[in-house]
Design a protein around this ligand. Structure first.
Ligand SMILES: Cc1ncc(COP(=O)(O)O)c(C=O)c1O
Length: 364
């Protein structure tokens, strides 16, 4: 059910991931998958294009909130209220809107490492970021005691691939409540939780939280621009001027309706495939990068490799001339040497070549 794209197909489908590398370089940087989009989504979007659905999106959401609530209930037992869902252009746009409109005054806590736009979005909205080690509640408590009133959570985590337990989320909630702080949880990777881990939507433990999510990462629909913010404060988000929340597309909403309602079998096959990719990556790392330190991810299709034992400050830069583009660790944790983020949602052959080329780069 999961079909690998050929190089030519991937180049056509993924203009950023594949278009921004020289021919012969395997891209394993941006978080996009080298797999064909689920047929149910392609059919829905293709049909909409053929109908000429190229106009502005409606004021409503065409049922996207209800479709997501159905998905969240089936998969995670989260009874999300469809009325709390506000459509936005993408997850980063949703984070920005949440910070601009909902975040109480004060600095924003950003656990490191983090998806790079977390730090950028805090800066763009004119807030101060207080960085803390990931899930270090003592550091979060210090930041809150120092005046921070918003916490940006990545659940599951990019780049670590970790899935916080319910108990960990409850501990964070208790801390946030003590300071009346808002938690904004980016849950774009939630559907990509692998067997053995259990994803807990943060709103299940804290209904006062704001969750930002999208079908884009799981279903390969980022270019269609559609994400959702779910918040008890949805009226405030709906009241913003148009210029503050624009850029989502009716095709993205149509893709989302199909993703949340008609892809459960495809998603199960994807998760199984990704589980296999993690196992394959484990074999490849053991064989070619025996001194690498990593924890196989419990979610996402991203692996965070600590390669400091090889004594190369920027392994991603070293790997590029050897024919593989990886995401540099210092983009996720400023100043941290010797790490890379590797996207393993590709074919088995390409994954083998990615690891072999990285190993060759670290040997020279
Ligand atoms: C944690 C996280 N949030 C947001 C995004 C980007 O989402 P969007 O394209 O919807 O802004 C990514 C992309 O990799 C991500 O990993």
């Amino acid at each position: 059910m999961i079909r690998d794209l050929s190089d030519d197909e991937a180049r056509a489908a993924l203009p950023l991931k594949w278009g921004e590398v020289e021919p012969g370089v395997i891209p394993a940087w941006v978080a996009e998958m080298d797999y064909a989009v689920a047929p149910a989504i392609l059919d829905a979007v293709g049909e909409a294009v053929r109908r000429g659905t190229t106009g502005y999106p409606p004021f409503g959401d065409l049922g996207l909130g209800a479709a997501f609530a159905g998905f969240a209930g089936r998969h995670w037992g989260w009874a999300a209220d469809p009325a709390t869902s506000v459509v936005v252009s993408d997850v980063v746009g949703g984070l920005r809107l949440a910070l601009e409109v909902l975040a109480p005054p004060g600095p924003v806590v950003v656990p490191l490492p983090c998806y790079p736009p977390f730090l950028q979005v805090v800066e763009v909205v004119g807030r101060e970021a207080v960085t803390v080690p990931s899930l270090d509640l003592t550091a979060v408590a210090d930041a809150l005691a120092g005046g921070a009133r918003t916490i940006l959570l990545c659940n599951p985590h990019n780049p670590l691939g970790t899935v916080p337990t319910r108990a960990e989320l409850e501990a964070l909630r208790d801390l946030a409540r003590r300071y009346d702080a808002l938690v904004v949880s980016d849950e774009i990777h939630g559907p990509l939780t692998l067997p053995g881990a259990a994803f807990t939507p943060y709103a299940v433990v804290d209904p006062g939280a704001t969750v930002v999510t999208s079908h884009s990462k799981t279903f390969g629909t980022a270019g269609l621009h559609c994400a959702q913010v779910l918040t008890p404060d949805h009226e405030r988000l709906r009241a913003v001027p148009h210029v503050q929340n624009l850029g989502f597309s009716p095709l993205g909403i149509i893709a989302g309706l199909a993703a949340w309602t008609r892809t459960d079998d495809w998603l199960a096959a994807l998760v199984e495939r990704l589980e296999g990719q993690v196992a394959l990556l484990g074999e490849l790392v053991a064989e070619h990068l025996p001194d690498a330190r990593w924890t196989p991810p419990s979610a996402t299709y991203l692996a965070w490799l600590d390669l400091r034992a090889y004594g190369v400050d920027d392994p991603a830069a070293a790997a590029l001339p050897h024919g593989v583009r990886l995401a540099p660790g210092q983009d996720y944790h400023p100043g941290l040497p010797g790490h890379v983020r590797l996207n393993f949602a590709t074919s088995a052959d390409r994954l083998a070549a990615i690891v072999e080329r990285l190993a060759a780069a670290l040997r020279t």
